[in-house]
Design a protein around this ligand. Structure first.
Ligand SMILES: [Zn+2]
Length: 557
């Protein structure tokens, strides 16, 4: 997802002062629902959710809900299926069509088996319930003041309206049957199978998502949307569902969507889902990447006079980045899902970097370099307060994982990997990684293995420094030209408290006679290079193509 995107002059901004304040406010305003719980799939796993919801006329309540959850047991003698569930009222629970004893506890629904169940059994649990969800399914008004209901689940709020296994790794297929007022349109994950008129005033919409998706990506949207069909991309239909007053701005504002779909399909693999719907509605994020049904907030198209504009699309550059970011998530985050919260950068860092690659392709190299520099600045500023590894096992509040570690540093790790292994091997590695973990989960180690396989390089030290370690290289380059000897001595020191970073560091030495380029290959925190040079250098450039996330000072002696 996108943290709240705001702009400061001259940047595609993730985190200027304003967004920082907003983020702090957002975190403070939330309840403690997002406490980290690295729930392991051990005794049972969900396979499919079939969810039927009936809304009242003003969409202020779910009058009837039915969740049919198909699960498989992974152990012998399973006596309990412990679903995550919020505070909606449970009317009954059945297992394989027989009423089952249950306890509705805080944040959970414990379904007891009448007899212990053997390993490999398939159980169908049916929960009937109703009420107004406390969170997750947001019953609200759209920006035109009309009733609307929109799912907004990240990180673990889907269990406020669907009894489920609420952890990203517990992926499952899902179908929705939504009965809503006849005036409304309904959108959800997957393909629209049918719309049935059930009375003069109600219709039931059935959607099926056939690919397993993480629970936080399971979504429905109900409301008086304006529905716009955009040009399909390579067989994938593209729809916009927006408040009617946004219809015009959506056509313009979502213009980067088609090109994003096309670029990522070419770079990575075919688009993984049945269709893509872009929805404007209630989300607390700058964008939420629900599989095949992305939700953007109501202010997504608002202009800002001092914001940098796109060179290609008629909008803010930040909006281009946001749209591309959420679409990149369809591959990274949705189709290949982080196995644990510690691997979140495999979702957010990838979406941030691939949005950058979209900018590189459409807005040009200069805009891409600026995007990278701003990402580096955001990260370095954050790191001064938070020295946490990218693979973060400590942070307890999941919202605090939406930080420049997972976004900007994650993107930079991918950029550095591309610089190290080369563009071709990088894309081969990305494709292997994607193909291997599509519709499943991945860890940071899975990425290392795919990149090593593609490049033939050993990347263990790189991952140890950048993924499992903290900090960044703090280079100090000291140069000395000896006119008698006709030689230049360069000393590269790494001043950070952590061990030496293994990155190679390109250097340009400029003299009146021209440019000399070479690459430092540090083996330790202090490396000295000496080269013959007959003319005094006029300047020394460190990492001219910006391939390493670093801080650097250059001095002569
Ligand atoms: Zn994201």
């Amino acid at each position: 997802m996108n943290r709240i995107y705001q702009l400061s002059p001259g940047r595609v901004c993730h985190r200027a002062f304003l967004p920082l304040l907003l983020t702090v406010f957002m975190v403070a305003a939330l309840d403690s629902n997002a406490a980290r719980h690295e729930r392991l799939i051990d005794s049972w796993k969900p396979m499919h959710y079939d969810i039927a919801l009936t809304f009242n006329d003003q969409l202020t309540e779910v009058t009837n809900a039915r969740a049919e959850i198909t699960v498989t047991t992974l152990k012998d003698r399973v006596s309990l299926i412990d679903l995550d569930f919020g505070q909606m009222t449970v009317d009954s629970v059945a297992v394989n069509k027989t009423a089952a004893p249950f306890e509705h506890i805080s944040e959970g629904l414990r379904v007891h088996m009448v007899q212990p169940v053997a390993i490999g059994a398939r159980l169908v649990i049916v929960v009937l319930y109703h009420g107004r969800p406390k969170d997750g399914l947001i019953l609200t008004k759209d920006k035109d003041g009309r009733p609307a209901a929109i799912g907004d689940n990240w990180p673990n709020r889907v269990h406020d309206w669907i009894p489920c296994f609420d952890h990203p790794s517990a992926k499952a297929t899902v179908s929705f049957s939504i009965t809503a007022p006849a005036r409304d349109l309904v959108v959800a994950n997957g393909s629209l199978d049918r719309v049935r008129t059930v009375s003069d005033s109600r219709r039931t919409w059935t959607y099926t998502e056939r690919a397993p998706i993480p629970p936080y990506c399971m979504v429905v949207g109900v409301g008086e949307f304006g529905k716009i069909e955009a040009t399909p991309v390579g067989g994938t239909s593209l729809w916009y569902y927006v408040p009617p007053s946004n219809s015009k701005s959506a056509v313009k504002g979502f213009a980067p969507a088609g090109p994003s779909l096309k670029l990522f399909s070419e770079m990575v693999a075919a688009y993984p889902y049945e269709k893509l719907a872009l929805i404007v509605g209630a989300t607390r994020f700058g964008g939420m990447e629900n599989s095949s049904a992305i939700v953007f907030p109501g202010n997504i198209f608002d202009a800002s006079s001092d914001a940098p504009s796109s060179a290609v699309f008629d909008m803010r550059l930040a909006t281009v980045a946001t749209v591309a970011h959420e679409i990149a998530h369809q591959w990274f985050g949705d189709s290949v899902t982080e196995a644990t919260w510690s691997d979140l950068w495999l979702s957010e860092g990838f979406a941030t970097y691939f949005a950058g690659l979209f900018i590189q392709r459409y807005e040009g190299e200069e805009a891409f370099q600026k995007y990278l520099r701003q990402a580096a600045e955001s990260y370095l500023q954050y790191e001064r307060q938070n020295r946490t590894p990218l693979f973060d096992t400590q942070t307890e509040d999941l919202y605090k994982l939406l930080n420049p570690n997972n976004y900007e540093k994650g993107a930079w790790v991918l950029h550095m990997l591309q610089s190290i292994v080369g563009r071709d091997a990088f894309l081969r590695g990305i494709r292997t990684y994607y193909r291997t973990h599509k519709d499943s989960t991945a860890t940071s180690e899975d990425l290392r293995l795919a990149m090593e396989q593609a490049s033939g390089m050993n990347l263990r030290q790189f991952f140890n420094s950048w993924i499992y370690g903290t900090g960044h290289p703090l280079y100090e380059l000291t140069w000395h030209w000896d006119h008698v000897e006709g030689a230049l001595t360069l000393q590269l020191d790494q001043l950070q408290p952590e061990a030496a970073f293994p990155n190679w560091l390109p250097i340009n030495v400029l003299t009146p006679a021209g440019k000399r380029s070479f690459v430092f290959k540090p083996q330790s925190k202090n490396t000295i290079e000496k080269m013959p040079l007959r003319e005094a250098p006029t300047s020394i450039q460190v990492d001219p193509e910006n391939t390493v996330l670093k801080e650097v000072t250059v001095k002569s002696r």
